[in-house]
Design a protein around this ligand. Structure first.
Ligand code: FES
Length: 246
């Protein structure tokens, strides 16, 4: 088992471009050079690889005694940390490996602005006085759309990692063009907050509640790829109040 300083996991929200990945690599390299800091890795809570679950799993496999998770999210969002704790608890409960001690660092503060004084050295933005030509768009053929609720109650229940898992699976499996095609979108409150985290799949409008990564996997396999509703995760409109089934 590795001893010494905590391993540090820099946690950003998402990265969909190579430039964002490069930013995280630079931050990781900078953090790794700070005094008293152990090995440093980065991960993404939402879309992007490595996902938080995968990066944390690698640290667990490496036998680190302690891991400090440092959210790189500004402004501070208490719901982000609440959702993070929920996701950690969910993964811990389903994992038989011994886990390191986990800490969550405070959100970045004014130290983040230290580089501002060097901003005068950067190239100015080139702005033309001409109006830009309109760019065309391909109209997608996708039939299915998955809405992942990111209202506050769903975020507190861990919806951001669920969203990230869906997006990573969508990319990995090529779901945009596979079968009938799937698009996904984040949304505000879908209504049944007490069933958080809530996901809705169209065109059926099926509402799924209590969704975690395993739930997403089942929805992908059955609903998105075969058109079969996952009944035991679905909550049908009944006119009566419903609670999460165990
Ligand atoms: S906040 Fe997600 S259903 Fe209301």
């Amino acid at each position: 088992m590795s001893g010494g300083a905590s391993a540090v996991l820099l946690l950003a929200r998402s990265a969909t471009t190579g430039a964002a990945l490069k930013d995280m690599e630079r931050l990781r390299d900078h953090a790794a050079g700070l005094p008293g800091v152990g090995p440093v890795v980065f991960a993404f809570a939402e879309e992007g690889t490595p996902s938080l679950r995968d990066a944390l799993g690698a640290l667990i496999d490496a036998g680190h005694a302690a891991v400090l998770i440092a959210p790189i999210v500004v402004p501070a969002e208490p719901a982000f940390v609440t959702g993070l704790r929920k996701a950690l608890q969910r993964w811990r409960g389903a994992d038989e490996r011994p886990w390191p001690e986990i800490r969550i660092a405070p959100f970045p503060d004014r130290d983040l602005l230290d580089g501002l004084g060097r901003a005068a050295d950067t190239e100015p933005v080139v702005l033309s006085t001409e109006a830009g030509a309109a760019e065309g768009s391909v109209v997608p053929a996708q039939k299915r759309r998955v809405l992942v609720c990111l209202g506050a109650p769903c975020i507190r229940a861990g919806a951001e990692t669920v969203w990230g898992h869906l997006r990573n699976e969508q990319k990995r499996l090529g779901l945009r063009t596979a079968g009938e095609g799937t698009m996904s979108a984040r949304t505000s409150c879908l209504g049944p907050c007490n069933l958080a985290p809530v996901v809705q799949v169209w065109p059926e409008g099926t509402l799924y509640g209590g969704i975690d990564e395993a739930g997403i996997d089942r929805i992908v396999e059955h609903h998105l790829q075969k058109g079969e509703i996952v009944e035991d995760l679905a909550y049908q409109p009944s006119g009566a109040k419903q609670t999460l089934r165990k």
